[in-house]
Design a binder for this molecule. Structure first.
Ligand code: ZN
Ligand code: CO
Length: 333
């Protein structure tokens, strides 16, 4: 799983430009799904199992987003410095001195204008990307080019650090779950969604097309386990977090209790998640069509949306175990 996470986090695919990551995932799931297709928004959809209705099964959708936060060039000045806008929630405090990689291979480093108060976090519009150009003419990037943060994968043993663990760790969980699932009573759709970081734009249309009975989003959630950190119960290493609420949704209580019961029955450690800021694909899925029973299995992560996010490999493994158990079970909502 570690090697898979390293491979996935090394791919540059910001929201709306998921071609590269989609092809990597497609190779990883080849031979494990009954049918694979890509929809108009670029969501990669893999079906496993028979049609719902057969043997009392349900149609279950599991989603993890494959996009990552990034930057887009808005202007290149006469000296070859690129100004940029955010693609998704890029925090000013994490950006300066960060390195970025463009889809065309060009790279650069972010820095900022000198501010009168040097302690202040500069806003993104006071920052620029220096790609090593000397003029607008020899600048290898132009208006509309998109970049993602570059930071090497770091193996700390039980814990790993990388860019885009949000949500490539969730993508790895879905891939591994699909590989281990085998046959079961449900028709399961594994959806690797596009454009989550710009407002869960891929998941809703995917869910509309699939029309699931129940849906689970697998994404990261913040933790409260760092020095003087936020007041939050979730901690690294205590198991997957079963979403009860976040800033965008109330998880369906029937889905929450299905998850809790399944975790307890299978002796899988779990925690409960109430997240004050942020949401996931589950929000968009829940309110599509006439409504969908939706919930979330969240991988605890520190430093979310920084180029050095951290997850615990035990939580990743236990998320796979929980999902396999859920998808093999008879769903009675
Ligand atoms: Zn995410
Ligand atoms: Co995110």
């Amino acid at each position: 799983m570690k090697a898979l996470i390293e491979k996935l986090t090394n791919v540059f695919s910001p929201s709306g430009f998921e071609d590269a990551i989609r092809e990597v995932i497609r190779k990883e799931i080849k031979g494990f799904a009954d049918e694979i297709h890509v929809d108009a928004l670029g969501n990669l959809i893999a079906r496993k199992g028979a049609s719902a209705g057969v043997r009392d099964g349900k149609r279950v959708m599991v989603a993890a987003h494959m996009d990552e936060i990034g930057l887009m060039v808005t202007h290149v000045d006469e000296n070859g410095f690129a100004r940029f806008s955010n693609v998704g929630a890029v925090f000013g405090r994490y950006a300066p001195s960060g390195r970025v990689r463009f889809a065309n291979g060009a790279a650069g480093v972010i820095n900022n204008e000198l501010l009168s108060n040097f302690r202040e976090t500069p806003p993104l519009d006071k920052m620029f990307i220096d790609v090593g150009a000397t003029s607008q003419k020899d600048c290898p990037v132009k208006l509309g080019d998109v970049a993602a943060f570059e930071r090497p994968f770091l193996d700390l043993g039980k814990r790993v650090v990388a860019k885009s663990l949000d949500d490539r760790s969730g993508v790895a969980v879905l891939i591994e779950t699909l590989r281990r699932l085998g046959s079961g009573p449900n028709e399961v759709y594994f959806v690797f969604t596009a454009q989550e970081e710009v407002g869960a734009r891929g998941a809703g249309p995917a869910a509309y097309g699939i029309d699931p009975d129940v849906a689970i989003a697998v994404d990261v959630t913040s933790t409260g386990d760092t020095p003087m950190g936020r007041k939050m119960e979730v901690a690294l290493g205590r198991g997957p977090a079963i979403k009860v609420k976040d800033a965008g949704m109330l998880a369906d209580p029937r889905v929450v209790s299905w998850m809790v019961k399944t975790a307890e029955k299978n002796k899988i450690p779990y925690q409960r998640e109430v997240l004050i800021m942020g949401s996931t694909d589950a929000r968009a899925i829940q309110v599509t069509r006439a409504g969908v029973a939706a919930g979330g299995v969240s991988i605890p992560a520190r430093y979310v949306h920084s180029p050095s996010e951290m997850v615990d490999m035990d939580d990743v493994e236990n998320s796979v175990r929980l999902l396999v158990a859920l998808l093999k079970s008879r769903v009675s909502l």
